[in-house]
Design a protein. Structure first.
Length: 209
């Protein structure tokens, strides 16, 4: 958060802690994690809460995964995907990025809803421009316009403008998941399934055990 060249920079500590965390192997099956300010978070859950402070990254509702104290990694919780660590077919995502190039990625946009927003005009323009996916953040267009856009091949996903809520991916992350989904399938039902599986992952608890 503070550049290398200013007093009180956190750059050295962040780099050191990132190396300690990676070398520990404790987050090997966590998926992507984010490390800053002696804390590490699941990338899916974290968001930037302040443009200047060193504790900018937060994971609302669920909290961070743990801390790095000098050479000690202290892990207090894990993302749900860790439960499938021993089963690569379940642990890995279905998106093999080695199989596609940047040119294969579809165009996916985020449309923010607010009072008086002209969503219909934006949806129509994007559909005519060849946009494959639209994330509706806090709003929706008219049924007629969305239906016409879907006939043109547009896939819609809805999310909240804010960053909390059960299984809620905030707009930027919902866009990334929709973008990858559409790069690997044209089946809207499969997109729904991936959003349920990856966007809403939870621990599978067997009460009988």
């Amino acid at each position: 958060m503070r550049p290398w060249t200013v007093i009180g920079t956190d750059a050295h500590a962040n780099l050191f802690n990132a190396i300690v965390l990676a070398a520990s192997g404790e987050t090997r099956c966590f998926g992507t994690v984010l490390m800053l300010n002696d804390e590490f978070h699941a990338a899916k859950e974290a968001w930037k809460g302040d443009a200047y402070r060193m504790d900018t990254f937060v994971s609302r509702e669920l909290g961070n995964l743990g801390f790095i104290d000098e050479l000690d990694v202290r892990t207090y919780r894990a993302p749900p995907r860790v439960q499938h660590c021993a089963d690569p077919e379940r642990w890995m995502t279905p998106f093999d990025l080695n199989a596609i190039s940047k040119d294969d990625l579809p165009r996916v946009e985020v449309l923010m809803g607010y009072q008086g927003a002209g969503l219909d005009e934006a949806i129509t323009a994007w559909a005519e421009a060849g946009v494959r996916g639209i994330v509706l953040a806090g709003g929706r267009g008219s049924g007629e316009v969305q239906e016409k856009a879907e006939e043109m091949g547009v896939v819609f996903r809805r999310t909240h403008r804010f960053r909390t809520g059960t299984d809620n991916l905030y707009p930027q992350k919902a866009r990334l998941l929709l973008l990858l989904s559409l790069a690997f399938t044209d089946d809207a039902e499969q997109v729904d399934a991936w959003f349920d599986e990856l966007g809403g992952a939870e621990f599978e608890i067997d009460p009988g055990r």
